[in-house]
Design a protein around this ligand. Structure first.
Ligand code: ZN
Length: 154
């Protein structure tokens, strides 16, 4: 079976950056499952996997515009510490789940804490990065009705 819309794909993957540093991988874990054609994975990788089948290996270099987008400087903001009322100690590197303008889940990273001011970055941690994927397709199967209606693999 070849990868097309409404297929559930299981794959092992390794993601490295331009410098060859490993950013993420499924090594030692179950293969990653996703619903093809539902924007579950970045567009550049989804495109490269179209038409492939179990056993195929794919190496693809994904530019930011087909990955996690460019870094948007407007998404870096300085807010008062009081904005984090109820949160424990605020430190650089902490991440919060917030709601984006369209109600979507957005990951906010604290990049600096200075006195009463906290700098937060709402860009995806991989925004602006060229992504090198090394993928092996493990399994391709038809998605169930339920998976298609949910927009993700089960
Ligand atoms: Zn579901």
């Amino acid at each position: 079976m070849n990868i097309a819309s409404k297929c559930v794909v299981s794959m092992h993957y390794k993601l490295t950056n331009e410098e060859g540093e490993e950013l993420d991988s499924s090594d030692g874990r179950d293969p990653l499952k996703y619903l093809h054609g539902a924007s579950n994975i970045v567009p550049g990788l989804e495109k490269a996997l179209e038409g492939k089948s179990a056993g195929d290996s794919v190496q693809v270099v994904v530019q930011p515009e087909e990955g996690y987008g460019d870094v948007n400087p407007q998404m870096v903001q300085t807010v008062p510490r009081s904005a984090f009322e109820g949160a424990p100690e605020i430190k650089a590197g902490m991440q919060f789940q917030a709601q984006g303008p369209q109600g979507e889940a957005q990951l906010i990273t604290v990049t600096e804490v200075s006195g009463d001011e906290v700098t937060v970055d709402g860009n995806h941690p991989l925004a602006g990065q060229v992504l090198h994927f090394d993928v092996t397709v493990e399994e391709v199967r038809a998605a169930t009705e339920e998976e298609i209606s949910h927009g993700h693999a089960h």
